[in-house]
Write a protein that binds this ligand. Structure first.
Ligand code: FAD
Length: 469
């Protein structure tokens, strides 16, 4: 009665729906299909792929402790998945395959092709909705549509969520050893960019749950006040772990409830604000299923297709390299490239700067983020970019264009974040770091702004106004 669990971006043994279901039905073998070429076409860079590789090694060690062997196969593209899994199923006389659904379009197609192939071969296969409380399509508006706006989605989520949806799934016990060996894990082939320092992001469930515990103990209750200040460690920094499933949203929510008298929507304002962010994560996963055009490089808002983005390679390059002359933007871009992560407030500022001040196609920025982010995840990244570019669900209205200098003085008041990432500006008086005057710039080598805020703002407004709805 051997069960096969196919692990993907759910690299944990605790609270894993597919693994728990497999273990409830018989002894388990696990498999990981590495699809480097496919992931590169999705834009993931070395940092994410390196983290993925380290995370597979971490779960292999945990599975080993349960006597669950981990098979490892390399495939170039998703269309090979079904055959490789069927071969394994035949070789080991597997009774049933289990996996947790992923919701971006290529992953949906891959999963469907696997389900179809197993059906045809007469072998049971079951997908589980594990990464979200509500399977996409099961939380809809009164008219029966997918939500395209966050607030009503979140209200409905809170109203309808049940204790059963949030209950932790069983951790498998130690099984009797099988006569199947784990495969050695091959090293990652060399890629055209280098991963960030591995020590910044230790892989594995333990690192993830330590992070959660520290966050809730020291920062959770201040989250609503501190989350917008990039120089304060105010957020959980759990995104890389959530993206690869080293921790689940259920584990996060259960931990919140035990800190907050069992509540998710009431009680401590820091904790409930944080819960909302986890619901944003789920919202964008539903959006990817309900509005699949967003997975095809299309804007959510149809009419914004006609927007005339500027062809400006020089501007794009300056943005990528942190040389726009707007210190908060440049400091943020250096944080991204150096650490693989960027603070949420800065993701909004830099994304808006590219799509509005430079009027450069948001898809170029989305791809650059994906290449560098360790937490790069299609639904959240696409959702965030379309929000900033005012082309998406619940988008920022096009006329609300962040002034980067005002954002900088509000959220990095002492210019400390700027000084950390742009040491050339450290000698400047704190207040001058947000927008250094020309006479102070010369000795620093830091560039003057590549666009004027007012003129750039007007250009963006004109471009959006020219769209017919
Ligand atoms: P916390 O503030 O502690 O939030 C907890 C968790 O909630 C996060 O780890 C994340 O899983 C989720 N979350 C928080 N905010 C959002 C959001 N707006 N949308 C979806 N989920 C959210 N997040 C990613 O995980 N991957 C991405 O590729 C990604 N790209 C983004 C691109 C842009 C342009 C923008 C504006 C946002 C993007 N985000 C992305 C969302 C958000 O910036 C990060 O999730 C957050 O900064 C991660 O830090 P944290 O773990 O400390 O978050």
């Amino acid at each position: 009665n051997l069960q096969l669990v196919w692990l993907r971006s759910d690299l944990r043994i605790h609270d894993n729906s597919a693994l728990a279901a497999a273990a409830a039905n018989g002894p388990v073998v696990a498999v990981f299909l590495r699809s480097v070429a496919q992931w590169q076409t999705h834009g993931h860079g070395a940092t994410k792929l390196d983290f993925w590789t380290r995370s597979v090694a971490a779960i292999k060690a945990s599975l080993n402790g349960l006597n669950i062997p981990l098979l490892h196969r390399d495939i170039d593209h998703y269309n090979e998945a079904a055959q490789v899994l069927l071969d394994i199923a035949h070789e080991h006389q597997i009774t049933q395959l289990h996996f947790n659904y992923e919701y971006a379009l290529n992953e949906q197609h891959r999963d469907q092709s696997v389900l179809d192939a197993f059906k045809q071969a007469g072998i049971a296969a079951q997908g589980h909705h594990d990464a979200v409380a509500f399977a996409p399509g099961s939380l809809l508006t009164g008219k029966g549509d997918y939500y395209g706006v966050f607030t009503p989605f979140s209200k409905a989520w809170h109203k309808q969520v049940t204790a059963q949806q949030l209950a932790l799934r069983d951790t498998p016990g130690v099984q009797s050893p099988l006569e199947i060996d784990s495969d050695p894990l091959p090293a990652l082939p060399s890629l055209d960019n280098d991963p960030v320092d591995k020590r910044l992001w230790p892989a594995g469930e333990e690192a993830a749950s330590d992070n959660l515990e520290r966050f809730l103990r020291f920062r959770g209750r201040h989250y609503n006040q501190q989350r917008d200040f990039p120089n304060v460690r105010g957020t959980s920094e759990l995104s890389p772990y959530l993206a690869l499933g080293m921790i689940s949203y259920r584990q996060c929510l259960q931990a919140v409830m035990s800190e907050n008298d069992g509540h998710l929507a009431d009680g401590d304002a820091g904790l409930t604000t944080w819960v909302n962010e986890l619901i944003w994560r789920e919202f964008y996963q539903h959006v990817a299923v309900g509005f699949p055009q967003v997975c095809r490089h299309q804007p959510f808002q149809e009419h914004t297709k006609q927007l005339r983005w500027r062809d400006d390679d020089k501007g794009f390059q300056a943005w990528c390299e942190g040389r726009t002359g707007y210190p908060i933007v440049d400091a943020a871009m250096r944080q991204l490239v150096t650490t693989g992560w960027m603070h949420n407030r800065l993701r909004m500022i830099t994304a808006m700067f590219l799509s509005k001040h430079l009027l450069i196609d948001w898809r170029r920025g989305e791809a650059f983020f994906m290449r560098h982010l360790i937490d790069g995840e299609f639904c959240a990244n696409n959702g965030g970019w379309q929000w900033a570019a005012s082309t998406g669900t619940d988008a920022a209205p096009y006329f609300r264009i962040f002034n980067p200098t005002t954002q900088s003085t509000r959220f990095d008041p002492e210019g400390e974040f700027i000084a950390h990432w742009l040491p050339e500006l450290k000698p400047l008086p704190k207040k001058a770091r947000h927008a250094p005057p020309q006479d102070m710039l010369n000795p620093t080598g830091y560039p003057a702004p590549i666009v004027d805020h007012k003129a750039a703002r007007q250009r963006a407004l004109d471009a959006f106004k020219a769209l017919s709805k």
